[in-house]
Design a protein around this ligand. Structure first.
Ligand SMILES: [Zn+2]
Length: 292
């Protein structure tokens, strides 16, 4: 994936969708019949068992053959349940095909809302048309909910607006695994979607809440990046707070967005966090929008 997507004329949405066609899928077994598929958009968690497979997020359809193969390698159970952690394309583009093979789709009510209508994401330079009817969630969450599937307990919690206004976390309580979706990009600057309710302060609150919920034994599934733990979650939280502070201080001096970018407030962080879709300049602009 190109490092400096902002410099490219193509929307990152198009780049990521195209990359999915040739993406490899990596399967990692975690604990308690929970695995993760990495490589097609956001990380996909899979819980296998007699009630049918439960998937957390749907990936991108270009990878369907490799996702199908990976799922078959885990068990023979059909896919029966799909939960979207938020409305973004790299977590929901696969909804339609997964629904067509029998998955019931559950999501935050705002995921259904954004997928139902034309949605412009300015910072991606992309306008999403309404999703096809088969891709829409059939069960919506208006608050926290606990599910009992495949002999285990899943706790779904709605975040206050953070990365978007439709983010939910999912805890496999028996296995002590917490899926925190795009409120955590393990090792990368995150995207923050201001067009649908996201903000840097919301991201920091979510990161604080995530850190408070886990122990050193908890397996943490991020929206993007490798499987993580409490110390990585804490490091991510600290990075968000530090960059926000630097950008807010410059903004307070009356500096424009471009002047703040030129001052390179992320210079000490770019080597560690800037290696994926969001580089230091892009992240500075996202933080500037909400800091102050
Ligand atoms: Zn996202």
């Amino acid at each position: 994936m190109p490092r400096r997507l902002l410099a490219a004329t193509e929307s990152p949405v198009v780049t990521i969708r195209n990359a999915a066609a040739t993406a490899k899928i990596t399967v990692t077994k975690l604990r308690g019949n929970v695995s993760v598929l990495e490589g097609s958009g956001g990380n996909i968690a899979v819980l296998i068992g007699g009630d049918g497979k439960l998937l957390v997020d749907a990936g991108i359809p270009g990878t369907r053959p490799r996702i199908t193969e990976a799922l078959a390698g885990l068990s023979n159970d059909p896919v029966k349940h799909l939960i979207n952690t938020h409305w973004h394309f790299d977590h929901t583009d696969g909804n339609e095909w997964l629904h067509s093979i029998g998955a019931e789709i559950t999501a935050h009510e705002n995921t259904r809302k954004h997928l139902s209508e034309t949605t412009r994401v300015e910072d991606w330079n992309f306008t999403f048309p309404p999703a096809p009817p088969g891709a829409l969630p059939t069960k919506v969450l208006t608050g926290d909910e606990t599910l009992h599937v495949n002999g285990t307990t899943l706790a779904l919690k709605c975040y206050p607006p953070a990365h978007t206004d439709s983010d939910i976390s999912l805890e496999f309580t028996d296995a002590d695994i917490l899926h925190v979706t795009d409120t955590f990009w393990n090792g990368y600057y995150p995207f923050i979607d201001y067009s649908t309710g996201g903000s840097i302060d919301g991201m920091i609150h979510a990161a604080e809440a995530n850190v408070a919920r886990v122990t050193d034994k908890t397996i943490v599934i991020p929206g993007h990046g490798p499987i993580g733990n409490k110390s990585q979650l804490t490091e991510f939280r600290d990075m968000l707070v530090a960059v926000r502070e630097k950008v807010a201080a410059l903004k307070k001096q009356g500096k424009s967005r471009d002047e703040v970018v030129t001052a390179k407030p992320t210079a000490n962080y770019d080597a560690k966090w800037g290696g994926f879709v969001i580089n230091g300049e892009f992240f500075t602009k996202l933080v500037y929008k909400g800091a102050g």
